[in-house]
Design a protein around this ligand. Structure first.
Ligand SMILES: *[C@@H]1O[C@H](CO)[C@@H](O)[C@H](O)[C@H]1NC(C)=O
Length: 506
């Protein structure tokens, strides 16, 4: 009898302590994320300059699924106070958003700074700070000033200096209040999709060399902006500066050495091109990719390798140039050396690595074709990066789930996805990954690039037909709010109401 009591006491204690561990730390930053072109509108408000998304959607509307654009979007330019009210409703600790380069520097260059543009962001930031919401600011989320694109954009090596000049203006104007800086959002999508393919502006389709030359110049632009902050602003402003890379998990389809190597090549192509120069000990592009591209370039009759090299000086500039690793994570793929290959345009990044990818049919499918709920994918991705790059500080700067317009408020798939993702986050914390925050994508529905308004990622629905661009919380918003408040994931929590309220205690 005594023994039985003792045993059940032990059981209770274990359960309590394991429940205790499944808790998010109080200083863990919960937030949501957005990007300027996807929400702001005001495409030509005041003296804002044209950017590459303005140009592409206006001159080439057929590339967007519903022929829409971001001219008005969720009209955050006029609705920013409502945005901050939503952050307060959710009880967010932080909010990640991006600055529109051409709203601040209408011509892209720093000789002319827009007072109206700076005022808009000052108001937005001040409104967040009034309610203790930490702004996390991305300098570049894909909307390059058109004038700089006309000069070659990321293919022109001068982009590194232009970006540094822009970054200095931004640190100078906002750095007294902004302490979390992200230079670039998702370099792969900028360089591969925009320069090596036709799935993001400026749809350059320079498949052979576009991705690689953009990659090098983007890394150097990041490094220059990082050092400008570290040398001239950090000593007085005291913030941190990093980069956000899209890291979906790429594991081997089978346990063979061939598939393991194929998965490593896929990881290097998807994120190593940008992560290795910054986070690895050696610096520069991933060795295996450089070797493959050099060999194939020679076979294909190019006079030099299609992938450039970093000079020793450039290598040193980029190495270690980040205070944290920002991870945008959505999904996973299984990689094969021989099966499931796609018929890639030759030559191009993915023809160069020449591997196949597969996703099991039992993984839940979102509205976006590329997005499935893959088990433990955050844990797999972050522990891999943690081991590879000697335990850097991480933020998850995006993670979320898309649905079609018709499924308006009852977004149970999204709730399932967020609960799985946040459990994977807890697994990372438990295993010692230095993960400091999590930004859900997205605060609200927005212009989903080539998919226009057909795919919805918002915790809040936006009625784009309405004059006010009315925002209404979905069920997932209530669930996320409860996680932030309680710091635990309650799998049975069922929200009662559709009315959001502001918890003044926050
Ligand atoms: C992109 O370039 C490749 C190779 O030149 C070509 O085969 C393909 O049709 C182009 N795609 C588009 C959409 O123009």
């Amino acid at each position: 009898m005594k023994l039985l009591v003792l045993l059940s006491l032990v059981a209770v204690t274990c359960q309590a302590s394991s429940r205790h561990e499944r808790r998010f730390p109080d200083d863990f930053l919960f937030g949501t994320a957005t990007a300027s072109y996807q929400i702001e509108g005001g495409w030509n408000a005041d003296d804002k300059g044209e950017n590459i998304w303005d140009r592409m959607t206006h001159t080439n509307p057929d590339v967007i699924k519903d022929r829409s654009n971001g001219d008005v979007a969720a009209d955050t330019y006029n609705n920013y106070k409502r945005d901050v009210e939503m952050m307060r409703e959710l009880g967010l600790d932080a909010y990640r958003f991006s600055l529109s380069w051409s709203r601040i520097l209408p011509n892209g260059l720093s000789n002319k700074v827009s007072e109206a543009g700076v005022n808009f962001y000052n108001n937005y930031i001040d409104e967040m700070l009034k309610y203790n919401i930490t702004p996390m600011v991305t300098l570049y989320h894909w909307d390059l000033p058109q004038k700089l694109q006309d000069l070659g954009g990321f293919i022109n090596p001068n982009i590194a200096d232009w970006f540094e000049d822009y970054a200095r203006v931004v640190y100078e104007k906002f750095g007294d209040r902004v302490k979390h800086w992200i230079t670039f959002n998702e370099p792969r999508e900028v360089c591969y999709q925009g320069y090596g393919d036709v799935t993001k502006a400026p749809i350059l389709n320079a498949t052979d060399v576009g991705t690689y030359h953009c990659a090098k110049h983007l890394v150097l632009a990041h490094a220059k902006a990082y050092h400008a902050y570290a040398n001239d602003f950090k000593p007085t402003q005291g913030g941190v500066c990093g980069i956000t890379i899209s890291v979906n998990w790429m594991g081997p389809l089978t346990d063979t050495e061939e598939d393991k190597f194929a998965a490593e090549l896929k990881r290097q192509a998807d994120w190593g091109l940008w992560a290795e120069p910054i986070f690895s000990e050696e610096g520069g592009f991933p060795k295996e990719i450089s070797e493959i591209v050099a060999r194939k370039s020679a076979e294909q009759g190019y006079s030099q390798s299609r992938i450039p090299v970093f000079t020793d000086q450039e290598r040193e500039l980029a190495r270690g140039s980040s205070d944290f690793f920002g991870v945008n994570h959505y999904t996973a793929n299984l990689v094969s050396a021989s099966e499931y290959k796609f018929n890639w345009v030759i030559p191009s990044l993915y023809a160069d690595i020449d591997v196949g990818t597969y996703t099991p049919p039992e993984w839940d499918q979102a509205a976006s074709v590329w997005l499935k709920l893959a088990p433990n994918s955050i844990y797999n991705a972050l522990t891999h990066l943690h081991n590879k790059y000697n335990g850097p500080v991480f933020y998850i700067t995006e993670n979320g789930w898309s649905q079609l317009l018709e499924d308006r408020y009852e977004d149970d798939h999204r709730i399932k996805y967020y609960r799985a993702a946040l459990n994977s986050v807890l697994d990372c914390l438990h295993d010692g990954v230095d993960l400091r925050g999590y930004m859900a994508w997205s605060l609200m529905d927005n212009f989903e690039w080539m998919e226009g308004y057909t795919e919805r990622f918002g915790l809040y629905e936006v009625d784009f037909e309405s004059e006010q661009k009315t925002r209404t919380p979905r069920k997932s918003a209530f669930v996320y709010k409860e996680v932030i408040r309680s710091r635990v994931i309650d799998p049975d929590y069922e929200p009662e109401t559709r009315t959001m309220w502001i918890d003044e205690g926050h």
